[in-house]
Design a protein around this ligand. Structure first.
Ligand code: UD1
Ligand code: CA
Length: 461
């Protein structure tokens, strides 16, 4: 196998997106397009990747970090000019260079691998990845001669009416003999309707030098989509969503309504998980066996344990144990650590808090900056008062404690093991283990007062 290199074209401004966000950073299922491309192309095994970036490039560099080298294209003078910017980093290399566009997020590593193999087997100087398009509008067309050999690529805007009838399109991905590529680029001119230096002209240039040029036609047109505007972005999202959902379903996950379920690419889901409609699972989430998620739930960067049920709720950056019951309408905010068998009911918010095994917060409570032991029962309407407007403080509730309804626990404070807090208490001092703490005004009943008051009010009229 020859040494392999990649150039990712990502400097175009993406005018047609009408966006302040750099085109290749627009996400498809939560991941920037260019990152999809980079991850898939890297999977074929590369010596080096160079991403060509332009205006606003800092954000692209930030996203890709050390996974790529970068070349700057200061002015966007076309795809051929973009590839030339990688010359300094790559021109001396012996081997095969794949050129891919940062705006074709659906092409898979399998397709890239097939293209490399085809190119190497044919011994070509250039191989175009092509596809038959049901609607080729907007793409460059692949023009073949009578022997069915590739002659050149003509862009939509430069094509004659006959050429526009051709339905074989250039996907924008090529394999080149590295030295032949940089040699031919020197002869590319900008004499065309857009006044740009087209990479696609390299094909005709190599052909004129009697070099071998070929095409690999991919069977799956779905992958080729180039995202130039938001209509195509939505199409990419749809295709990627279907692909990911089908992968999980084949792996033993039940997705009740795949059209309405959004699972991001890095999520891991074990078998026999059931996902109800309107659910979004993202980031690096892991969903363990037999969990039930949804309907209408959003899980981001969470580990969810076996047999846990999450209904109509939002959970972010947290660890949720096994056999936990969450929702409906709960909010698990970052850094929650929910123990096995815990219960978090409706209108409960948990933030930066540990909840021990079997503990229950069943209704209408806020538990933030807290360390709650196991088998604790937190009554309806309990609040950990964690914030004085400047600093946040910790509430500790030890094992087996029972917090009565509508209590305020003013942090920093500790509720001892097995103790009771009476309903309606505002706790400002630590409660020792095994104690009952009552912190509310005593009740006094004034017998007969109501009718006396009513009579007095009547007389005043
Ligand atoms: C390009 C191809 C077309 C192909 C289509 C596939 C050319 C001339 N045309 O057209 O044959 O069918 O892709 O999707 O190559 N870019 C730069 N610098 C530039 C210009 C573009 O880095 O100066 C990057 C863009 O960020 C983008 C990629 O190159 O990722 C393609 O550019 P774009 O303008 O989208 O080309 P298309 O018109 O789609
Ligand atoms: Ca494009």
């Amino acid at each position: 196998m020859k040494k392999r290199y990649a150039i990712i074209l990502a400097a175009g401004q993406g005018t047609r997106m009408k966006s302040k966000l750099y085109k290749v950073l627009h996400p498809v299922l939560g991941k920037p397009m260019v990152q999809h491309v980079l991850e898939q192309v890297k999977a074929v095994g590369l010596e080096e990747v160079v991403t060509v970036v332009g205006f606003g490039s800092d954000k692209v560099k930030e996203h890709l970090g050390n996974d790529s080298k970068f070349a700057l294209q200061e002015e966007q003078l076309g795809t051929g000019h973009a590839v030339m910017q990688a010359e300094e980093l790559l021109m001396d290399k012996e081997g095969t260079t794949i050129v891919v566009c940062g705006d074709t997020p659906l092409i898979t590593k399998e397709t890239f691998e097939q293209l490399f193999e085809h190119h190497e087997k044919e011994g070509s100087k250039a191989t175009i990845l092509t596809a038959k398009a049901p609607n080729p509008f907007g793409y460059g067309r692949v023009i073949r001669n009578e022997q069915n050999e590739v002659e050149r690529i003509v862009e939509q805007k430069d094509a004659s009416p006959e050429e526009l009838q051709v339905d074989e399109i250039n996907t924008g991905t090529f394999c080149f003999d590295n030295k032949a590529l940089f040699g031919a680029l020197k002869d590319v001119s900008n004499d065309n309707s857009q006044g740009e230096y087209y990479l696609t002209d390299v094909i005709e240039i190599l052909k004129e030098k009697s070099e071998k040029v070929s095409a690999y036609t991919m069977p799956n047109f779905d992958e080729t989509l180039g995202v130039n505007d938001r209509v195509a972005l939505a199409q990419a999202e749809k295709t990627m969503k279907r692909r990911i959902n089908e992968y999980h379903m084949r792996n033993g996950v039940s997705i009740i309504d795949p059209e309405n379920t959004y699972i991001q690419p890095d999520v891991v889901i074990e078998s026999d998980v059931v996902i109800y409609p309107g659910t979004i699972i993202g980031g690096k989430s892991i969903i363990r066996e037999n969990a039930i998620i949804g309907p209408n739930s959003e899980i981001h960067n969470c580990e969810v344990g076996e047999n846990t049920v999450i209904k109509q709720s939002v959970a972010t950056d947290s660890k949720i144990g096994a056999r936990v019951n969450i929702g409906p309408f709960a909010h698990i905010r970052p850094d929650a650590n929910i123990g096995d068998g815990a219960k978090i009911g409706n209108f409960v918010e948990i933030k930066k808090a540990e909840l021990g095994e079997g503990s229950k917060v069943s209704h209408l409570s806020y538990i933030g900056d807290a360390k709650v032991g196991s088998n604790v029962n937190i009554g309806c309407g309990t609040i950990t008062v964690n914030y004085d407007g400047k600093n946040k403080y910790l509430t500790t509730i030890e094992d087996d404690a029972f917090i009565g309804c509508n209590s305020n626990l003013i942090a920093p404070v500790t509720i001892g093991k097995g103790s009771y807090v009476a309903a309606g208490s505002t706790i400002t001092k630590d409660v020792p283990s095994d104690a009952l703490s009552v912190a509310r005004a005593r009740q006094s009943n004034k017998e007969g007062y109501a009718s006396r008051l009513k009579n007095r009010l009547k007389e005043r009229k």
